[in-house]
Write a protein that binds this ligand. Structure first.
Ligand code: F6P
Length: 397
């Protein structure tokens, strides 16, 4: 039903690393904008690059229009409403380069499209870039109205309990842990699984708990893999052996650093090597039985970009739909420069300026913009069920 709101032309783009659920946001935006308000929606290809292409005439504005409630978006066939289920971004995304170097062209491209407002899906970096563009446009006396939709498998965006894509990634990692369990058990192995998340440990922690991990290492609790952490894991695994579990699943977040405090691309391999060295030294030493370790056989799985694949879960589809709807409603009410958020079981929004403050604070402190609470219920849950997260072993509990 089209109501009396003045027809508007809105743009939508995806920026930064893709994740499942982006297309479900696009679908929801197109449906609400079209059915409820009768507006036109323009899909900007490859993030802000699309504006430059429009300015240069490489793309014609009319070609970007997402018509007929989204049913003719590239990739849709036979009227199937598959945007709801597809991962990736049908608009394409960019995660390299510095769009701000081309701020003027981007702003002129936005103007050329005649947009009333833009919906930008992004993580912390993209939200900051888009806000800087908005500021720059304002300095030039131009309007760059926008609404942010938080998306990232890292779930590290301030103020929102969930970002689009996170739940699906948690499920992917959880499934991987399940899949590794039986081969680990068959060979009495220590399986190390390196998980994404950049500087945040949400993905490793939630999936580790859900997937039955024995140890979970996240930047918020074990920022550096020093000797005490390696020993702690090894002795924890030794205790598990004594209790009859002869294999172990160890989840290590990519944000955890080596003993020198440096990031490693392959922190899972690094940890496996340290565990192997420490356990074989202690196994071959003259230590009394109570202190000696079984010789641990390790294998590493780097899940990599598989964590960004897969069909979005129902939770992500619901979140994406609710976020898309809220973003359009904010624009309808002229409530711009807001980021939609999920808090306490419902959708609302916060001013982007507040989000940016937190992003900058995180950068100053060399931390993720939003971190796992070391005293929070997730960490306490992990500890209470005997998962090694840094300093306790199951016999100490
Ligand atoms: O921010 C999402 C994320 O998947 C991180 O977890 C990861 O560190 C990074 O992006 C990988 O980026 P790229 O796709 O550029 O390799």
């Amino acid at each position: 039903m089209v109501n009396s709101h003045k027809p508007k032309r809105i743009g939508i783009l995806t920026s930064g690393g893709d994740c499942p659920g982006l297309n479900a946001v696009i679908r929801a935006v197109v449906k609400v904008a079209t059915y409820k308000y009768g507006w036109d929606v323009y899909g900007i290809p490859y993030g802000t690059d699309g504006f430059i292409e429009v300015l240069l005439g490489k793309r014609q504005p009319e070609d970007l229009r997402i018509r007929d409630h989204g049913y003719d978006i590239p990739g849709l066939v036979q009227g199937l409403d598959i945007l709801h289920f597809l991962s990736g971004s049908v608009l394409g995304s960019i995660s390299k380069g510095d769009p701000e170097l081309h701020a003027d062209e981007i702003i002129r491209g936005y103007e050329k499209l005649g947009l009333t407002a833009l919906i930008g899906m992004g993580g912390d970096g993209s939200i900051e870039i888009l806000e800087n563009l908005a500021q720059k446009a304002a300095e030039q006396g131009k309007a760059w109205n926008w609404v942010a939709v938080p998306k990232t498998i890292d779930n590290d965006i301030p103020f929102t309990e969930a970002s689009v894509g996170f739940d699906t990634a948690v499920n992917r990692v959880t499934q991987a842990l399940y899949d590794l369990t039986f081969t680990a058990a068959s060979h009495d192995r220590v399986m190390l699984v390196q998980v994404m998340g950049r500087d945040a440990g949400y993905l490793a922690l939630e999936a580790g708990i859900a997937g039955g991990a024995d140890a979970i290492l996240i930047p918020e609790l074990t920022p550096i893999l020093d000797e005490s952490v390696v020993q702690g894991i090894c002795h924890h695994i030794a205790q598990l052996h004594k209790h009859g579990r002869r294999f172990a699943l160890v989840v290590v977040a990519e944000g955890v650093k080596n003993h020198l405090g440096q990031k490693e691309h392959y922190i899972g391999d690094y940890l496996a090597q340290r565990i192997q060295e420490y356990s074989s030294q202690s196994h071959n030493s003259d230590l009394p039985d109570s202190l000696s370790l079984p010789s641990l056989d390790t294998r590493v799985t780097l899940l990599g970009h598989l964590q960004r694949g897969g069909n979005p879960t129902s939770t992500d589809r619901l979140l994406a739909t609710a976020f898309g709807r809220e973003a359009v409603n904010l624009i309808a009410n002229g409530n711009y420069n807001q980021m939609v958020i999920w808090q306490n079981g419902r959708v609302s929004s916060v001013p982007i300026s507040r989000v940016i403050e937190q992003i900058k604070k995180g950068r100053r402190e060399k931390k993720a913009p939003s971190c796992v609470d070391p005293q929070g219920f997730l960490v306490r849950t992990a500890r209470d069920i005997g998962i090694y997260v840094g300093e306790t072993s199951i016999d100490d509990q």
